[in-house]
Design a protein around this ligand. Structure first.
Ligand code: IFM
Length: 456
């Protein structure tokens, strides 16, 4: 679609952004790699979680996923063909240490990522690596997982090994992807691996994950010349369900756990006192020095933005007494998530104003719709293309506001294993036929490519 400019879509060009702006796609190991038994990879909490009937909506797992472990050259070719200059991926910890830690790492696992990173560099894609995108070695979970402080030490050892092997070629390191999801989806809601349902455990997991982030930073600085480190947080702009004092106060509380619980300690402010006071004996055990560790300076903040949340007061609904309510008559994706490019502007404005990070990267943003393959083999995902266009227009506004946004990574390069939803939710700019593993660029992917190559 040529962009001649309309009221809804004024002309948008890559040149509207700085020449060194990072444009990429994001992926994660368990969601795309498959090959879960190959080359010495150990079991992860997701392998175990998927094996229990009822955990994954379509009964599937990431055992094969996009078979990216074998098809990565084709996938990186797609990323290059789009004109991206960066690529975000994650490392499967159980490929490096099958049982989480040990004296000798798995060379075949390291070799895989070494080939992958070389493949990126050969194609002009700057590697952006995430060390932890949820696939914890099951052996560590058997000893308590992230709730056990020993897992923090194991993460630091794993970081040391990976960064010593890949640090000569990777400059940009993300310690954790969405610690909120690690903690609360996995340990409180039970919807993600390891499937626990304890608020107290989730808060301890959260704390230990943040400590491990802080302890990994000096290791990365030691091992990687000119390293740049950050974490990728899932953040939401919030609105109260009504003007009532109760809903407004509930929104402040929800913000306290959803957003400030991460942003505050990472920026040296400790945990928010208003939330700590509510937690009572659910509060995590914090050791001397932990808060300084968590606040170890970073080089950028990664923000994963999908949708705003509307919050109501809900006395009796758990410790926080809050409830996220369905938005009314708004445009939504197939997941039911509100489509709100304006929310992205509100969110980044708030983060920049309140925390002043030197650089922000949108490390994920994307949408899922019910894609249909036409008889001639095309995927005309007009809604996803529109979603992408509108969010990139919002991105240009964010730049114009003087917010230090330096890059955008679309979620995701490929349709993939969407966690508890299995293969029922497609987020890719590229369609994957999971029966044949055929890849086909969707209309949205074609548009991203035209925008990035300057063909619009
Ligand atoms: O697929 C996930 C990803 O792993 C983490 N962020 C949100 C995406 C869409 O749900």
């Amino acid at each position: 679609m040529k962009n001649t400019g309309t009221d809804e879509f004024p002309i948008l060009k890559r040149n509207d952004f700085a020449p060194d702006f990072r444009w990429g796609c994001s992926t994660s190991s368990y969601q795309i790699e498959g090959a879960v038994h190959q080359d010495g990879r150990g079991e992860s909490i997701w392998d175990r979680f998927c094996a229990t009937p009822g955990h994954i909506r379509d009964g599937s797992s990431g055992a094969v996923a996009c078979d990216h472990y074998h098809r990565w050259p084709e996938d990186l070719d797609i990323a290059r063909s789009l004109g991206t200059n960066a690529y975000r991926f994650s490392i499967a910890w159980p490929r490096i240490f099958a049982s989480g830690r040990g004296r000798v790492p798995n060379q075949k696992g390291l070799d895989f990522y070494s080939r992958l990173v070389d493949g990126m560099l050969e194609r002009g894609l700057e590697p952006w690596v995430t060390l932890y995108h949820w696939d914890l070695p099951q052996a560590l979970q058997d000893q308590g997982g992230w709730a056990n402080r020993d897992t923090v030490d194991a993460f630091v050892e794993y970081t040391d090994v990976v960064s010593r092997h890949l640090g000569d070629r990777i400059k940009n390191w993300i310690t954790h992807n969405e610690p909120w999801c690690t903690a609360f989806n996995g340990n409180f809601e039970g919807a993600h691996a390891p499937g626990l349902k304890s608020f107290k455990t989730a808060l301890q997991v959260c704390h230990n994950v943040l400590v491990s982030h802080g302890l990994a930073i000096p290791v990365l600085r030691r091992n990687v010349p000119a390293v740049r480190v950050g974490a990728a947080l899932s953040l939401h702009p919030l609105k109260p369900a009504s003007d009532s004092a109760q809903d407004v106060a509930a929104t402040v509380r929800h913000d306290g756990l959803r957003n400030r619980w991460f942003l505050d300690p990472l920026h040296g402010r400790g945990y928010p006192a208003d939330i700590w006071a509510i937690l009572g004996d659910n509060a995590p055990v914090v050791q001397a020095g932990d808060m300084q560790t968590i606040a170890t300076p970073t080089d950028f903040l990664g923000v994963n933005y999908y949708f705003p949340e509307i919050v109501a007061d809900a006395p009796g609904a758990g410790v926080m007494s809050t409830r996220v309510v369905e938005p009314g008559n708004v445009e939504r994706t197939a997941f039911g998530w509100e489509v709100s490019p304006r929310g992205m502007i509100t969110l980044l404005n708030r983060v920049a104003r309140d925390y002043r990070p030197t650089e922000i990267y949108l490390t994920e943003n994307g949408s899922t719709y019910h894609d249909v393959v036409t008889p001639d083999g095309n995927i005309e995902d007009l809604e996803r293309r529109r979603y992408l266009q509108r969010h990139l227009l919002a991105l240009r506004e964010i730049v114009a506001l003087g917010i230090p946004i330096k890059g955008y990574f679309a979620w995701s390069l490929l349709d993939n294993f969407e966690w508890a939803e299995g293969y029922l939710r497609r987020f890719g700019l590229t369609h994957v036929d999971f029966a044949t593993q055929q890849r086909r660029l969707k209309l949205s992917g074609q548009w991203y490519g035209e925008f990035l190559r300057g063909d619009l």
